[in-house]
Design a protein around this ligand. Structure first.
Ligand code: ATP
Length: 511
């Protein structure tokens, strides 16, 4: 299946089964805005819960807040967003399509990288078990030549961006002979900077004095509350503040479904540390976040770190955790060592001291910050696209199954009476009531049992619990597991703990 087909299938499956709908679809939708449906919002809530539990509940020194989306406009001056939260954009004069100049260059590099990967794959095939990938990458002349080209492009791009030299960015696009994917032409406009923040007006005040922005990241809500939380929570360094909430960016190009939207949700944590210890904590959070992802069981080979070559204005180190989406490896989460940039700048702009007084050394200083920032919608897409599987069964029939990690599946178990009479529905509903206190469970009595199984497979329900005539006598049920389709007889008395052992959130933390 091609990457494009893979993504298309996920999008149509998500719509058909109530995970994600285009926003205001009856009016033909709004570009880059999506609504989460009845199953999508359950899945999203479970992802939030998994993150919040891992960050806030499992760490003594991390607390969570929920700050307002609107903030005092000076916040964004202090954070650098008014002056520097720009993307370089370029238009193709023939197709009239707009692109991010940096993305055009990254995609060009991506093509060279895939050629390298093809060379590596060929080498693997040729040398079999004797193949040493590291050695191949560092000695094969084709790979070396291509890598040198990538390094050269990266260096030129970084120099141009660091110097804010947009003419040099355009010159690089021309030098690489990058053509518009729509028109095929190389007829480009100059590169311009475009600020990504949405502006609106507060109350009845009009003109510049009433301008407020929709926050482009949740982080600043944490910074401005640093002292409130530190004082009221009597927090000592190192400590963290976590937050889940909406962020808004007027993205130049917003494509690829929920991967890049103009309204999205972030799960961010700012970890405040003593200056000088930031590198240690940066490495700590890189590993901690990688393990968190690994616990979802979506395949270690589907993640990789990507170190930033061009650091943001506030960072002294930064990397992305990339995931293998249907469109290839792309950023899922960012880990940034933000120095004391934000607190220092808020001090300057607000005139309020944002320091930590260390009772041992009797020193007062501005803490450094290491941030972990993950897009909830991107995580949702990672889970959904990784889970989507079309299988051919021994019988020749096909089944579509969403192999969502059981603990975050929208519906944990379906309770199914074998037939709609003989007291089986009543028994099934008793079981439903037993389980629904702790888990989201569903009752279904319509159609033959095989069709009901397929319906549950398609929405990723890990367990199907069937109540049959024997259940009335032996007080046991048949539990069918989604991925292996194996069946097991379980006593109703043990069912609640059985279900919990398979789908409880704690199963993610035991790994
Ligand atoms: P990109 O390079 O893809 O634009 P970014 O580096 O600007 O992303 P950050 O500012 O580091 O992103 O934001 C942290 C996280 O928020 C990202 O890792 C991503 O998961 C998520 N995110 C950022 N922009 C969007 C968006 N437009 N739609 C959905 N999620 C987003």
């Amino acid at each position: 299946m091609s990457a494009e087909d893979g993504l298309k299938k996920v999008i149509s499956h998500a719509k058909e089964y109530g995970f994600v709908f285009p926003s205001s679809e009856i009016y033909d939708g709004l570009s880059a805005a999506y609504d989460y449906g009845q199953l999508g919002s359950e899945l999203k809530n479970n992802l939030k819960q998994y993150w919040w539990t891992a960050m806030v509940r499992m760490n003594d020194n991390i607390v969570g807040i929920d700050a307002a989306i609107f903030m005092h406009p000076t916040t964004w001056k202090a954070s650098g967003h008014v002056d520097a939260f720009n993307d370089p954009l370029i238009d193709n004069k023939n197709s009239k399509k707009r692109y991010r100049a940096d993305v055009l260059i990254e995609e060009f590099i991506g093509k060279i990288e895939s050629k390298i990967n093809k060379d590596v794959a060929k080498g693997k095939k040729r040398f079999g078990d004797d193949f040493n990938e590291e050695e191949f990458r560092s000695t094969n002349p084709n790979v070396l030549r291509r890598q040198q080209k990538i390094d050269g492009i990266n260096a030129k791009f970084k120099a141009a961006m660091d110097a804010d030299d947009l003419a040099a960015v355009k010159a690089l696009i021309e030098e690489l002979e990058i053509a518009c994917p729509i028109s095929g032409s190389k007829n480009w406009t100059d590169v311009r900077q475009f600020n990504l923040m949405f502006k609106t007006e507060l109350g009845a005040v009009s003109g510049d004095s009433g301008v407020v922005y929709l926050r482009p990241e949740t982080a600043q809500g944490i910074f401005v509350n640093y002292l409130n939380v530190q004082k009221s929570g009597r927090m000592k360094l190192p400590f963290g503040i976590a937050q889940i909430g909406k962020a808004f960016r007027n993205e130049i190009i917003a494509r690829q479904f929920i991967f890049r939207m103009r309204e999205f949700e972030q799960m961010e944590m700012q970890f405040f540390v003593k200056p000088g210890t930031q590198e240690e904590w940066y490495n700590h959070w890189k590993e901690a976040r990688k393990s968190w992802h690994a616990s979802l069981g979506m395949g270690d080979e589907n993640y990789r770190f990507h170190d930033h070559i061009k650091l943001a204005h506030y960072a002294d180190a930064a990397c992305d955790i990339e995931f293998n989406f249907p469109m290839g490896f792309k950023e899922l989460e960012g880990i940034h060592s933000r120095t004391d940039f934000d607190l220092k700048s808020h001090e300057e702009h607000s005139g309020k001291k944002l320091r930590f007084f260390d009772p041992e050394s009797k020193e007062s200083f501005i803490p450094y910050v290491v941030e972990t920032s993950i897009g909830l919608d991107r995580l949702f897409l990672a889970v959904l696209s990784n889970a989507y599987t079309e299988e051919t069964l021994d019988s020749g029939a096909t089944r579509t199954v969403l192999s969502i990690p059981p603990a975050i599946a929208p519906i944990k178990a379906a309770v199914l009476p074998l037939i709609k009479k003989d007291g089986l529905p009543e028994k099934a509903k008793e079981i439903l009531d037993l389980l629904r206190i702790n888990h989201n469970v569903q009752y279904d009595e319509k159609d033959a049992i095989g069709r009901r199984y397929r319906r549950q497979d398609a929405i990723g329900t890990p367990l199907c619990i069937t109540v049959d005539h024997d259940s009335l006598n032996d007080n046991a049920v048949t539990v069918r597991e989604r991925d292996g389709m194996t069946q097991e007889r379980v006593a109703i008395a043990d069912l609640a703990s059985y279900v919990d052992s398979k789908v409880g959130m704690h199963t993610l933390f035991n790994k």
